[in-house]
Design a protein around this ligand. Structure first.
Ligand code: 5AD
Ligand code: SF4
Length: 457
């Protein structure tokens, strides 16, 4: 009898949660022949799942490829694949890099097994870029229901991602995503439900629905006469459907574009305890002039209206956001409007970025680029304000009792379990037994900028 020995796969993932979900899917699709390994030096196949959202993200890929070249000297059969948004956007350049054997765009990740086999059996480089057809067949729409491996400490079988939509149709003027991930395509509600159900049956307690623009989920299916939606819209219908899964304790979704965020979705936070008390709602800027240049289609006032809907539906809701500083044409006054919006909304936390010009995008061609040192200074001022608010908001949690879903045991502090409160705050609790997967009441006893600590009630 010959014992079949699996080869070793090492995956590195940068960027957004869509990429994390894609990496999990790739690992799953390859799991017949490959087992995961932590060290790149031991791998037979390395996948770099890349991000292209800012220039820095792309530079990371090229410098990492330089390091991996050393492993090829030791193991000439090593296959190096570059997947994700940089593969799609910089295909030609990356193919010239002698260490790259395989390129896979985000739209082609489902073909990873076949592509790896082709790359192994060939001296030529393999490239699979581009997007799936506009309409998926029944079969393609069927997500595979295998239990995906997970790839980091916080990502495990308790908390799972389900991709509900590919691509984005919004074309914000700064953003490369519509070029790297293509047009919006929604998975069918049944496919999403079945995938979520399979995860819950395998032990998941939390599902996060993923898309670049989840609030417009299903509008393409309705338009093509493939789906009938209630008057609340297909995304609200999908949330109700997935929330009905027995055993599910938490249902989150990201990313929401305020443009498509409707009152019925906000109202679901009142009706459905599973949705928790947290939402990520990227605003990008507090200035109407800049929002217009970004083609965000939502004004500062309309954004604040959505915040009001959410607070009315769920007074304890916390919000996070994304912000860009130094967008072309942003004046000091415009930037101060961002500061004032942050002070007004008091986001629990935010991801703040310096504007980074991306090839193909309209904003990269604007003549009014802001000098680097001005961007750096604005980012510093914005982060100071954000940090101060995050700490103050966390300190307000002291003494409160919060429902926490425990997700993993801390690797650093023995006997400490980590979870997320309904408000999405990281909570650490010491315990003498395994708490993972349980949702328990915790009294908050300590607050720092990054986490809360507490004791079981
Ligand atoms: N420059 C800086 N930040 C960007 N983002 C997207 N494109 C750019 C860019 N060109 C940010 C936005 C978005 C987040 C995922 O990344 O804030 O919401
Ligand atoms: Fe990019 Fe705008 Fe689409 Fe978000 S909504 S992915 S920022 S184009």
């Amino acid at each position: 009898m010959t014992i079949f020995k699996k080869e070793k796969l090492h995956i590195e993932t940068w960027g957004c949660q869509m990429n994390v979900a894609d990496s999990e899917q790739a690992a799953s699709l390859l799991s017949d022949k490959y087992e995961l390994c932590e060290e790149a030096s031991e791998a037979d196949l390395i996948i770099l799942n890349t991000c292209h959202i800012r220039e820095k993200a792309y530079h990371k890929v090229t410098s990492r490829l330089g390091v991996l070249a050393n492993f090829k000297k030791k193991n000439p059969d090593l296959v190096i694949a570059v997947a994700g948004c940089s593969a799609q956007a910089e295909g030609k350049k990356l193919l010239k890099n002698k260490n790259v054997d395989l390129l896979v765009g985000p739209g082609r990740i489902k073909e990873i097994s076949t592509l790896v086999e082709a790359a192994k059996g060939s001296n030529k480089k393999i490239s699979a870029l581009g997007f799936p057809k506009q309409e998926l067949t029944e079969e393609e729409n069927e997500l595979d229901k295998i239990s995906y491996p997970t790839l980091s400490e916080e990502r495990n079988e308790i908390s799972r991602f389900v991709t509900i939509q590919q691509g984005c149709d919004n074309y914000c003027t700064f953003c490369i995503v519509p070029f790297t991930r293509g047009r919006e395509i929604s998975m069918s509600p049944l496919a999403v439900y079945n995938q979520a159900k399979a995860f819950v049956e395998a032990g998941a307690k939390e599902i996060t629905l993923l898309g670049q623009n989840v609030n417009s989920y299903g509008l393409d299916l309705v338009k093509a006469d493939k789906l009938k939606a209630s008057k609340e819209g297909p995304f609200a219908d999908l949330l109700r459907l997935v929330a009905s899964l027995p055993g599910l304790k938490s249902l989150r979704f990201t990313t929401s574009n305020p443009h498509d965020f409707t009152k019925p979705i906000a109202d679901l936070f009142q009706e459905h305890p599973l949705l928790g008390k947290y939402l990520h709602l990227p605003v990008q800027s507090g200035s109407n002039q800049v929002l217009e240049l970004m083609k965000r289609k939502v004004t500062r006032e309309e954004f604040l209206e959505r915040v009001t809907w959410l607070k009315e539906a769920c007074p304890e809701i916390t919000l996070s956001t994304d912000l860009i500083v130094g967008f072309p044409g942003e004046t000091e006054e415009n930037f101060e409007e961002t500061l004032s919006l942050v002070a007004q909304v008091r986001f629990a936390f935010a991801y703040a970025f310096k504007y980074s010009p991306r090839t193909h995008t309209p904003a990269a061609r604007y003549k009014t680029q802001v000098p680097e040192e001005v961007k750096t200074d604005r980012l510093r001022r914005l982060n100071e304000l954000l940090d101060q608010i995050t700490l103050e908001e966390n300190e307000k949690e002291l003494g409160k009792t919060r429902k926490v879903l425990f997700l993993y045991k801390s690797k650093k502090d023995g006997g400490v379990y980590c979870g997320r409160s309904e408000q999405f705050k990281l909570v650490k609790v010491p315990a003498g037994r395994d708490l993972t997967g349980e949702q328990l009441e915790v009294k908050i006893t300590k607050a720092t900028k990054t986490a809360l600590e507490g004791i079981l009630v």
